[in-house]
Design a protein around this ligand. Structure first.
Ligand SMILES: *[C@@H]1O[C@H](CO)[C@@H](O)[C@H](O)[C@H]1NC(C)=O
Ligand SMILES: *[C@@H]1O[C@H](CO)[C@@H](O)[C@H](O)[C@H]1NC(C)=O
Length: 162
């Protein structure tokens, strides 16, 4: 009976430990949440990093880049500010409704860690995006031009038939 009781207690212990880990990993404790999302994008494509929020009047939404968390864009009191940054030139766009960041015509230079920080009346939320840029290799370029030629041939044949 006593052994059973011990076993039971052990189970409770490990269960509560598990719960604690679960809660911690989900950021229930403390206002700071820090999660990471992986994003893959083809070179020269556009990619949007979504905040999944709707910007409220007083909110501040910050986007930072790289391990040094250098600020690249922000919206504060509904005013958007894109920092002058040679890595990004004119590639960045920020949505005024959501604060989501769009990187256009992406190159390998813009691959890396993007940190989003949302400061509002609820608290301070952080989210990270690991952006990987895949190079357009010769083969996919080749495939694309072959596809275009085939398409043109098909159009020519159809036009000929008509
Ligand atoms: C996209 O970026 C490449 C490399 O920086 C540049 O050569 C090209 O002109 C850009 N294209 C557009 C449409 O901005
Ligand atoms: C980001 O993703 C790349 C490729 O999947 C990986 O090699 C790298 O370690 C990741 N960076 C971080 C900080 O997790």
């Amino acid at each position: 009976m006593f052994r059973l009781y011990c076993l039971f207690r052990k189970m409770i212990h490990s269960a509560s430990f598990f719960c604690l880990c679960f809660l911690l990993s989900n950021g229930v404790f403390g206002a700071d949440r820090d999660e990471m999302k992986s994003v893959s994008v083809m070179e020269r494509d556009s990619v949007s990093l979504n905040t999944d929020v709707k910007v409220q009047r007083e909110d501040q939404i910050l986007w930072m880049f790289g391990p040094q968390e250098r600020r690249i864009a922000e919206i504060h009191k509904q005013v958007i500010h894109i920092d002058a940054n040679p890595t990004f030139e004119k590639r960045l766009q920020m949505d005024d409704q959501t604060g989501s960041l769009t990187i256009r015509n992406i190159t390998n230079e813009q691959s890396g860690l993007y940190t989003l920080q949302i400061i509002n009346n609820i608290g301070n939320t952080r989210k990270r995006f690991n952006v990987t840029v895949f190079a357009l290799n010769e083969r996919s370029r080749h495939t694309k031009s072959v596809a275009v030629i085939v398409l043109l041939l098909v159009i020519a044949v159809v036009a000929g038939l008509l």
